[in-house]
Design a binder for this molecule. Structure first.
Ligand code: SF4
Length: 452
């Protein structure tokens, strides 16, 4: 994990500001957005390997990094030592750093050894890290060289950066998908197709496919696909819809190929899922009757399951620190469906174009902070005394020690939370810390009573 005070130049339609003077944006249709810069507390992009390696089942992720990188991935993925995971770290050691060894030779040797042992690998990602960027190892050139070398064995080699120097952790997936776009073929097909973009758990994909089936929609593909050999082809009649809010560069990459985006809220919670499916149904010209019938059963189940959790959030204040880039959608779910009061939303980067419909669904008075100055943000958190703080792992324990109840935001990315069937699980992820807090409080009261 890292804490960094290096600011990323704001892309999209953001405004740059200096650390000492946060700048107020003119607002987004009534929502007030403040840009802030300073020390940040986030995980790096290597973390994405944890869910990407489970998704693309014939891919291997080789991090070119330090022992710190290796420890991060090993502990985040929680893989047992005797398992054969589809990720590893090629450690850059002192000899590489001192220029005593040719890092490219070392890399070729490691890749050769790896591919010799694992014939199941069809796609190898060379994943850059802070150390590989510091020694300026050109992984793009290495990937090209190795792709040619192993083309006869049917192995493709790509590269992307998971470095924590300028990124937050969900940007790892974004960078990985951008590298995959280069492998997608482009045809002159006139068939109307839709890509669902963003890594989803297989079980969620299957649920979605069943609903599309009921709507009579068959021309839908998921990207990334479960196997690297089945990447969906693109054409000027392909459209895409995002399932994850943090795929800014992937969206740009697809648009650059002439693939158009469908706008929708993200499929989190009942309302988000309904709006997301509705956008797809409208695109394919599905009638309201067919749409209503297709979502009826899962919608009813989700409404009933979320309703049970609603009472827990009445009069509860939630403070969201910037971490996963899911913050805006989750805040919308928390206030719209659970009735929580959101006292602040922090998000590392805000792409107003992609988040337009989510921003419109937020109450006007919610302060949104883009970027982070962690000291200032902690002070605002202390002042607002929220009942629940959603934050990264690095802040959670210190905040718990100060008496705050916290939810690790990374868990919201690791867990399947998309769609109707997962709406109650998503609510449960926020309920659990509040429940734990109440139980600890009652336990303390009993113990205090006994001692007295
Ligand atoms: S990529 Fe950078 S921030 Fe991430 S674990 Fe390696 S050294 Fe740390």
């Amino acid at each position: 994990m890292k804490s960094s005070n290096i600011s990323k130049p704001f892309t999209n339609d953001s405004i740059e500001s200096c650390q000492s003077a946060p700048s107020l944006n003119s607002g987004f249709k009534g929502v007030q957005i403040t840009q802030e810069q300073g020390q940040r507390e986030v995980f790096c992009g290597l973390t994405g390997i944890v869910w990407l390696h489970r998704k693309i089942k014939d891919a291997f992720f080789l991090v070119i990094g330090s022992r710190t990188c290796a420890h991060l991935i090993q502990s985040a993925a929680g893989v047992m030592i005797f398992a054969e995971p589809r990720f590893a770290t090629a450690i850059i050691d002192d000899r590489d750093l001192a220029g005593l060894a040719d890092a490219n030779d070392e890399l070729d040797r490691v890749v050769n050894q790896l591919l010799g042992r694992r014939p199941d690998i069809k796609l190898l990602f060379l994943v850059g890290s802070c150390p590989s960027e510091v020694i300026k190892l050109d992984l793009g050139k290495a990937a090209e060289r190795l792709s040619i070398k192993y083309s006869d064995s049917g192995v493709r080699v790509l590269n992307y950066s998971g470095s924590g120097i300028e990124t937050t952790f969900t940007e790892g997936e974004d960078a990985c998908l951008v590298s995959l776009i280069s492998q997608m073929s482009f045809s002159e097909s006139t068939e109307k197709k839709l890509l669902i973009v963003g890594t989803l758990a297989d079980i969620v994909e299957d649920q979605m496919a069943r609903i599309f089936n009921k709507m009579g929609i068959s021309n839908v593909c998921f990207f990334p696909s479960r196997l690297s050999s089945t990447l969906p082809p693109l054409s000027k009649n392909t459209f895409f819809i995002l399932a994850q809010p943090f795929l800014n560069e992937t969206a740009k990459g697809l648009e650059a190929k002439g693939v158009k985006r469908l706008s929708a809220k993200f499929p989190f919670g009942v309302e988000g899922s309904k709006a997301w499916y509705k956008a797809i149904a409208t695109f394919f010209g599905v009638s309201s009757t067919v749409f209503d019938e297709a979502i009826k059963a899962p919608l009813e189940r989700a409404l009933k399951a979320v309703q049970v959790k609603k009472n827990i959030f009445q009069d509860k204040k939630v403070f969201i620190f910037p971490d996963s880039q899911l913050e805006i959608s989750l805040a919308r779910f928390l206030c719209q469906e659970l009735g929580a009061e959101i006292v602040e939303i922090g998000t590392p980067y805000l792409n107003k174009k992609l988040m337009e419909l989510e921003l419109l669904a937020l109450p006007n008075n919610v302060p949104i902070y883009e970027g982070q100055n962690v000291e200032n943000q902690l002070q605002r958190c202390f002042d607002k005394k929220p009942d629940l703080v959603v934050c990264g792992l690095g802040l959670a324990n210190p905040l718990e020690a100060k008496g705050f109840t916290t939810k690790w935001s990374i868990e919201l990315v690791f867990s399947p939370v998309h769609g109707f069937e997962q709406a109650a699980d998503l609510a449960e992820l926020f309920c659990r810390p509040l429940d734990r807090h109440d139980r600890l409080k009652s336990l303390n009261t009993v113990e205090t009573g006994v001692l007295n």
